[in-house]
Design a protein around this ligand. Sequence first.
Ligand code: PEP
Length: 253
Amino acid sequence: MANRKILVAANWKMNGSLESIRHLIKALTQGISNETPTEVVVCPSFVYLSELSEQLNKTNIKLGAQNVSHLEVGAYTGEVSASMLNDYGCEYVIVGHSERRMLYQETDERVAEKFCAIQSKNMTPILCVGELLEERESANTEKVIARQLDAVIDKVTIDAFVNTVIAYEPVWAIGTGKTATPEQAQEVHQFIRLRLARRNKSIAENIRIVYGGSVKADNANQLFEMADIDGGLIGGASLIAKEFLSICHAVRK
Ligand code: PEP
C-alpha cells in the first residue's frame, strides 16, 4: 500500500479579523512542529495571505488559498490570479468547493479551468467534489462524483493528478454537524480511487483523497483510520486552535 502522508487543511472561509487570525496562527505555530505526524495547510481569506506568508515562514505549516481566477491577468475587477497567490508563497489552492459551485455558479468547466490555472503556477489544487443530500437519497452519489472528476480529467488528463489532492465533501455534511460515517466516506473515497485507477493505477494509489464535512477532534481519528481517507479539509473546527491542533495530531494506527 502506498505511504500517503495525512494532510489536514484548514478552510477559514470568510471568517476572522486581523487580530483573531494573529492569535490563531500563534497557537498553531506553537502546536505544530516537524514532529507533527500530518502535513498541515491553512487557507485564509486573500487579504490575510500577506500576513500569514510572513508568519508561516520557517514553520511547518503551509499556506493555501480558498479560490483563484481562471484568468491570468487583465481587467477583471475583484479577481485574484494564480501568479498573485504564488507571490505570497501559496502551495495549495482549494477549487470546486461546494459553496463556490452553489453560491457563485461555478460549473464543472470553470472548476477545470481554475484547476489548470493553479497547476500552471506549480501550486497544488485541492479539488473538492461531493453530492447534495437529494443526490445521495436518489442513489446518484457516484454519478455526481464521476461527473465532477471527469470534467477535470478530460481537460487536464490524468497525468495532472500526480500533483493534486482530492477532497470528498458531501454537501449535506458541510457546516451542518452531520458527519458522514467513516464507512460512508470510505465507500466514496474508494470509488474515487478506483475511478482514477481505470486511467492510471500508480496515480490512483498515490493521490491523497481527504474528507471534509463536520470533521472534529472527536471524529478525526476514526475517519483517518479508513484505508482510503488520507486526511481532512476542515471548516468550522479549524477556527478553534485546540480543536484543529488535535485533528492535526490524529494518526493512522
Ligand atoms: C468545508 O467547508 O470545506 C468544511 C468541511 O466545513 P465544515 O468542516 O465546517 O463542515
